[in-house]
Design a protein. Structure first.
Length: 1005
């Protein structure tokens, strides 16, 4: 060959090689940069799309949760405003309303009602104590800004130290003035649990922020950050304000992690949902890929330079061929690395083979000159999957399947493996060759899609997806449950299949116009179930669109409002009716009575209002139980309803009170007959929980227009007449008279003074001596209370004792009598006077209270007096009314050493049958028998029989009201043990009683 030509050829080859190498170098670098940029953009785009979908889902969840809270608060406000202020059970009704709202919203911890001064007047948690929340920011905002809607604030630390997010609304009075605030406390842990379920990676975060940038909730949680404003969160109150949805990259001042943030403003609410993905974590795979790309490219360039040098040195075509071979090999490696695929070959005889570089990377091994044996590969595989590989190797068969990495060696990875046999000339399989691909990311993506599918299938709200032509393409199980249409019924059909024809065409035109303009529509709509039933639902329709294709379809999410509608109807009924008897309550009674008055006034007719009280209903509750009491009230309501005439109204206005309004009254005979029928209906025996119960009733009657011209006047005057019936023995009826009002006012004034009498020290004890007939010596005394009012002077016990019993003051007054008598008697003993027992009277109310033994024990302990110097006197009626209670307390008193006497013996009924049951120390003959003992043979016979009976039972007999020598002599001759009365002494103050004791205490005839 011509050297010159050869040199020229060599130069040509050199130039060709250098040019090719240069171009290849530039191409590799450009391709590397292009691929890395494209890969980075692809990773970010893919993650961004997932994050935007996630943010949108979180925004819809927040919209639904906040709407549910707002709807519950507005419904509760309307319902509370409908609850009448007068009835005694209004507070209970409000509490039931709050409980109902809480039951429907499990993520709400409590609902409070604050009055105009910030006082908590109702609390669904029913916490003890009183709270004033006037200093809370939400209270001031609603108080000072009437047009402010729902306010969201938090997290707030409650008075009990519990954090919560508050949702509040202003409550207006009917005149529009500020009436208070309703507050719903949302449990942060509810949202935190939901956000915890969102997978955003180790460096990711999910947050709920206010539109002013204040952080309300963050997952993962961080100390002392919630409730603060952060500049890296979107601030929609800034100028200019950011768009309602978007993304940005920022460094977190909370944990100093740089993230790619995606946010979505919550529609119609001062909130935004933010999802942050850690930038390093987001691009971790890309960084690894970039390093691998760069490493491969550098290696390739170095190899290219070396091969170029060899080619230039050797100057023949082999350089080009070798270079092509290397290029092909590097391309294969790069392709395997990009696809996360490794290739291998295994000699079945030697159990060794060849691995590509990517195989080492996939299995986390360092490249080696000699590929590792099969056992090393098996160690990198999950123990439960090794038999699959061993079976394929053992049988030399073609195989394809999924393998898992060994979790003990690092994070779980998933591989897809394929293998095929290599045959020799005889057809025997001598080797296997195949690939191993990392499919972890693809599997994770599949799991996310599966999770989204489960959310779609399991949510309680109905979901329907349509294409752009409104043809249904997917529905969830809740859709099938609510509409009763199966998936097969509706797929491929237009969404119009659900129309109820309740709305006109303009309604649907506005709906679709709103979606076209805003991308969504939200509101109440009436649709039709498969069975033809029309039902209300709360529907949100969102358009699904993309910049490339426009609107691709629509997603509808709806909630069945049927239960809420039924609850509102039930609430409306409860506002006007008694829930126990289903009768009209006081509010509805007032409306109907006012209507009846208006009608009667126009027709010049009379109206009668009959107020019925069930006597001693409390005894049924105490003896059989409140369930029996409720059954009794229902039975009484049914009996009274049977006696109702058209146009009449029967209502329950209190625990044991019913009102009957007679709209058509001809004369008093009709009213009398109706009142007696009511009493007869009440008095008929009732079977309650296996017990036969007999109760009575009392009826007060007021007439229109004679006794009042308003509903309030008539009910009030009927109640006054009822009080006179009860004071006169019950089980009858009485008409109202003007004198009753005068008497009632007197009793009210007297009761007011009676309540202050103890504090003003207006009570005192008088003592009447008891004389032993055997030696005519004072053997004891009875303590009798006296009241000297500063305004009214001395008031008879016959007047104020019944008033004290009716008002319940007898418990406090009775305790004062016992303590004062013990203290006075002990003082006499300490002064050297002869020790005598003092008797104190107790009432049925003191027995019913069940605290008499404890009071006596305390009085004896405080005074230091021995128990044998105290006697407790009970009337015969007390033993009859409260037999079981009295028996137990008598036994306890006598166990202390206190004597027990039966007062006014003979004035009651069934007395003899009880004498053997009660352990008594004394029996007192009533003065009504003693008064006529010397003139009336019957009285004398009763006295003698009583003395003989008592002595037969070992009981001491005391005669009351002895005023003459003849009465004394007769009783002495009949064997009476002790006497008391004016013959010896009237009741006297303590100092006069001392003088009487010193003088001997017996009359001089």
């Amino acid at each position: 060959m011509n050297p010159l030509l050869a040199n020229r050829d060599e130069r040509g080859i050199t130039l060709l090689v250098l040019s090719f190498a240069g171009l290849l170098f530039v191409g590799i670098i450009a391709n590397l940069v292009f691929e890395l940029v494209q890969a980075r953009n692809h990773v970010i785009t893919e993650k961004s799309n997932s994050a935007r979908v996630l943010v949108k889902l979180l925004e819809e969840q927040a919209v639904d949760s906040v709407f549910a809270v707002d709807l519950a608060m507005q419904t509760t406000i309307k319902a509370v405003q409908m609850v009448p202020r007068g009835p005694a059970d209004s507070a209970r009704l409000v509490n039931e309303l709050l409980d109902s709202s809480i039951d429907n919203l499990p993520f709400i911890r409590a609902i409070w009602l604050l009055d105009a001064d910030g006082n908590m007047i109702h609390d669904s948690q029913k916490l003890p104590g009183a709270y004033n929340l006037a200093e809370r920011a939400y209270f001031k905002i609603h108080r000072d800004h009437p047009d402010h809607g729902m306010h969201i604030e938090g997290p707030i630390i409650s008075k009990l130290g519990v954090p919560f997010i508050s949702f509040s609304r202003r409550i207006n009075r009917r005149d529009g003035s500020f009436g208070g605030v309703i507050v719903a406390a949302l449990e942060p842990k509810y949202l935190r649990r939901f956000y915890d379920s969102v997978k955003v990676g180790k460096d990711g975060m999910v947050a709920l922020v206010r539109t002013d940038g204040m952080l309300m909730l963050r997952v993962p949680a961080a100390n002392m950050v919630e409730g603060k404003r952060f500049t890296f969160f979107p601030n929609f109150q800034a100028t200019p304000a950011p768009p309602d949805a978007g993304s940005y990259t920022a460094d977190s001042s909370i944990d100093q992690i740089r993230r790619l943030y995606f946010y979505q403003r919550v529609s119609g609410r001062p909130l935004a949902v933010v999802v942050g993905l850690g930038e390093k974590e987001l691009l971790a795979d890309w960084y690894g890929m970039a390093r691998a790309y760069i490493a491969v490219s550098l290696g390739f360039l170095m190899l290219l330079g070396g091969l170029s040098f060899l080619a230039l040195r050797e100057l023949h075509k082999r350089y080009g061929l070798n270079q092509a071979l290397h290029n092909s090999d590097d391309a294969l490696k790069a392709a395997q690395q990009l696809a996360l695929i490794g290739s291998w070959r295994l000699d079945l005889v030697a159990r060794h083979g060849q691995w590509s570089q990517q195989m080492y990377r996939l299995l986390g091994l360092a490249p080696a000159d000699q590929p590792p044996p099969l056992d090393v590969f098996l160690q990198r595989i999950h123990p439960d999957d090794r038999h699959l590989v061993e079976s394929a190797v053992r049988h030399g068969m073609n195989w394809s399947g999924e393998l898992r990495s060994n979790p003990a060696l690092g994070p779980q990875r998933y591989f897809h493996s394929r293998s095929t046999g290599v045959h020799d000339a005889t057809g025997n399989v001598t080797a296997l060759m195949g690939t191993l691909q990392d499919v972890t990311e693809r599997r994770q993506a599949d799991e996310k899609l599966e999770l989204a599918a489960r959310v779609f299938a399991c949510t309680r709200d109905g979901i329907v997806v349509t294409d752009a032509a409104s043809t249904i393409v997917a529905v969830n199980a809740a859709f099938e449950r609510i509409t009763q249409y199966s998936e097969a019924d509706v797929l491929g059909r237009n969404i119009r299949v659900l129309r109820s024809n309740v709305h006109d065409i303009d309604f649907y035109r506005q709906l679709w116009d709103t979606i076209a303009r805003d991308g969504h529509w939200r509101g109440e709509i009436w649709n039709r179930r498969k069975n033809g039933e029309v039902f209300p639902e709360w529907l949100t329709v969102s358009a699904v669109s993309s910049p490339e294709h426009g609107t691709a379809g629509y997603v509808g999410v709806f909630t069945d409002l049927s239960d809420i509608t039924q609850a509102n109807e039930q609430l409306q009924f409860l506002v006007n009716h008694d829930p126990l008897t289903r009768l009209p309550n006081r509010s509805l009674l007032n409306d109907r009575l006012e209507q009846a008055i208006e009608t009667a006034h126009q027709g010049q007719r009379a109206i009668a209002v009959l107020l019925l009280n069930i006597d001693r209903l409390q005894r049924v509750n105490d003896s059989i139980g409140h369930d029996a009491g409720d059954l009794l009230l229902r039975e009484m309501a049914q009996r009274l309803l049977l006696r109702l005439h058209p146009g009449d109204t029967l209502a329950r206005i209190g625990s044991d009170e019913f009102v009957l309004v007679l709209s058509h009254v001809d004369d008093n005979d009709d009213i009398n007959a109706t009142a007696q029928q009511m009493l007869d209906a009440v008095a008929a025996p009732c079977q309650l929980l296996g017990h036969e119960v007999v109760v009575t009733g009392s009826v007060g009657i007021a007439l229109f227009p004679l006794d009042g011209v308003t509903a309030g006047d008539l009910i009030r005057n009927a109640d006054t007449a009822l009080s006179h019936v009860k004071n006169s023995g019950r089980n009858s009826f009485r008409y109202f008279t003007s004198e009753m009002n005068t008497r009632a006012l007197h009793w009210m004034a007297l009761e007011h003074r009676l309540r202050n009498a103890l504090g003003r020290a207006e009570f005192s004890l008088f003592y009447q001596p008891q004389v032993r007939l055997a030696d005519k010596q004072v053997c004891g005394a009875e303590a009798l209370i006296r009241w000297r009012s500063a305004e009214l002077g001395m008031i008879s016990p016959a007047e104020f004792i019944p008033l004290a019993e009716d008002s319940g003051l007898i418990i406090e007054i009775g305790e004062w009598v016992i303590r004062t008598a013990c203290t006075q008697n002990k003082a006499w003993q300490d002064a050297g006077l002869r020790a005598l027992p003092v008797a104190v009277n107790v009432s049925a109310h003191q027995i019913t209270a069940g605290t008499l033994p404890a009071i006596v024990k305390s009085a004896l302990s405080d005074s230091g007096m021995e128990a044998r110097f105290l006697a407790i006197e009970l009337t015969e009626s007390v033993l009859m009314q409260e037999a079981e209670l009295a028996m137990a307390q008598i036994a306890e008193l006598r166990g202390m050493g206190v004597a027990v006497a039966l007062d006014d013996f003979g004035t009651g009924y069934s007395s003899l049958s009880y004498l053997s049951r009660f352990a008594l120390d004394k029996l007192k003959i009533d003065q009504s028998f003693v008064r006529n003992i010397t003139d009336d043979a019957k009285s004398a016979a009763i006295a003698k029989a009583t003395i003989a009976l008592a002595h037969g039972l070992g009981i001491t007999v005391v005669a009351e009201g002895v005023e003459t020598r003849e009465q004394l002599d007769y009783l002495d001759g009949a064997g009476c043990d002790e006497v008391q009365g004016y013959f010896f002494s009237r009741p006297v103050p303590a100092d006069e009683f001392v003088a009487l004791l010193v003088a001997g205490g017996t009359p001089s005839d």
